[in-house]
Design a protein around this ligand. Sequence first.
Ligand SMILES: NC(=O)C1=CN([C@@H]2O[C@H](COP(=O)(O)OP(=O)(O)OC[C@H]3O[C@@H](n4cnc5c(N)ncnc54)[C@H](O)[C@@H]3O)[C@@H](O)[C@H]2O)C=CC1
Ligand SMILES: O=C(O)C(=O)COP(=O)(O)O
Length: 478
Amino acid sequence: MPPASTAQDIPQRNSNSHADDLARIVSSSFGAQEAGTSPTASFHSYPNSYGAGQRPSTKQLKPFHTKDIKVLLLENVNLTGQAILRDQGYQVEALKTSLPEDQLIEKISDVHVIGLRSKTQLTASVLKHAKNLIVIGCFCIGTNQVDLKYAAENGICVFNSPFSNSRSVAELMIGEIIALARQIGDRNNELHRGVWNKVSNGCWEVRGKTLGIVGYGHVGSQLSVLAEAMGMKVIYYDVVNLMGLGTTAQVQSLDELLQQADFVTLHVPELPETMDMLSTHQFAQMKKGSYLINASRGSVVDIPALIKASQDGILAGAALDVYPNEPGGNGEHFHNDLNSWTQELRDLKNVILTPHIGGSTEEAQSAIGVEVAHALVKYVNLGTTSGAVNMPEVTLRSLTMDEPNHVRVIYIHRNVPGVLRKVNEILGDHNVDKQMTDSRGDVAYLMADISNVNTSEIKDLYQSLEDLGSRIRTRVLY
Ligand SMILES: NC(=O)C1=CN([C@@H]2O[C@H](COP(=O)(O)OP(=O)(O)OC[C@H]3O[C@@H](n4cnc5c(N)ncnc54)[C@H](O)[C@@H]3O)[C@@H](O)[C@H]2O)C=CC1
Ligand SMILES: O=C(O)C(=O)COP(=O)(O)O
């Protein structure tokens, strides 16, 4: 059963609230929407805001309601996530594939929210066209496809789902370990072609064999439990010192792991340090007749070196789920135009090629849809950054109905001395009920709830914050 698709934990505010009054007055003052058209009873606590759609250089004020929020979802984001966003009244456009860069640039130019999976590349050169973007949702684990630093420095918060598909990947690894050990892929292909080829030569049980896990995080540790249950001995290598589950043991170097393991699986993130982590030197360390599985990122394995290791008999088999260049959507061809060695790889014996399906189960995708969509809604409506991967984590208790005439100020700014004093001089004209601030690298995030704010004061408040030299983005939610 897919999880419930409503954002029940996001507070509601009814139609005759302070927000209504403000919306009407502000709307008619700035002409962004017709007076009295919104909000409705289903509005969340901060249906309106200043500054959501603004890049640092833009001074124009654009009040909006949740109905004005534009969301672009790429790569077949699960219906659970789509439903949560639509329930908010946001305008949601959902596409099944990623987009080539030129189309992405065109589409991204006016959306407030973008959701994607592992394929879409949100580089600085794409993001600089996203004039209204306030938040990015990676409906997956990896965030290497997004320029996180550029996003933070431009006030764009990024969320992901850190472990909702980990179990799915771990289970696929178990399937592939056995499939490789028994050459199931090749036997299956042969029989599909009508060839009966009953062999035991080079086919093994996995019981008693050594599994070497590279990257002992969410996926690696889940996998270790499953592998031990099948009677495998498990060792792992990680840059962090970690307690092994069960009777697993950490080894001190990648070479040590490669020299001992019969099966090696890769579960590290894409980083400069993990680029070509398995290349000629590393294949030379591996036991003759061992197996390699890569379900991390295509950049982690030097594929020509893998092809050579396979041809030289070092590898008895391999399973790849990820590739340096992957097609943008289903039905597209996987051939040498994409990666020059594709045909050579396809021709190898006992090599299982899967189209990046490690996290592609009903359970994982529906859980990811719920998790990331909730994070997006909380960010858009409340400014909450809990779980963000590129911003400080800041949250405040939500306002309730008995706190009238409140506004929530969100001020993303460069992390330089003296900013808080200036911000608090501005906020100090009002009653600051609660405030939280935190920084991450060069970027700081301040959230404050202030009360007894007159409608006429909101614009000035917003503008005073905008005028500070340190500001990256100001949002005033009410
Ligand atoms: N094929 C697929 O569909 C999927 C692929 N992935 C990929 O798998 C990766 C791992 O996923 P999780 O286990 O959830 O991540 P995680 O962040 O929980 O674990 C990664 C581990 O790798 C370690 N690590 C980082 N750099 C390392 C290095 N140079 N050498 C050794 N260890 C290093 C970290 O310390 C951490 O323990 C993701 O970053 C993603 O790229 C994740 C989910 C699905
Ligand atoms: O979660 C990840 O990092 C994955 O690699 C899965 O990506 P996907 O959502 O299948 O594009």
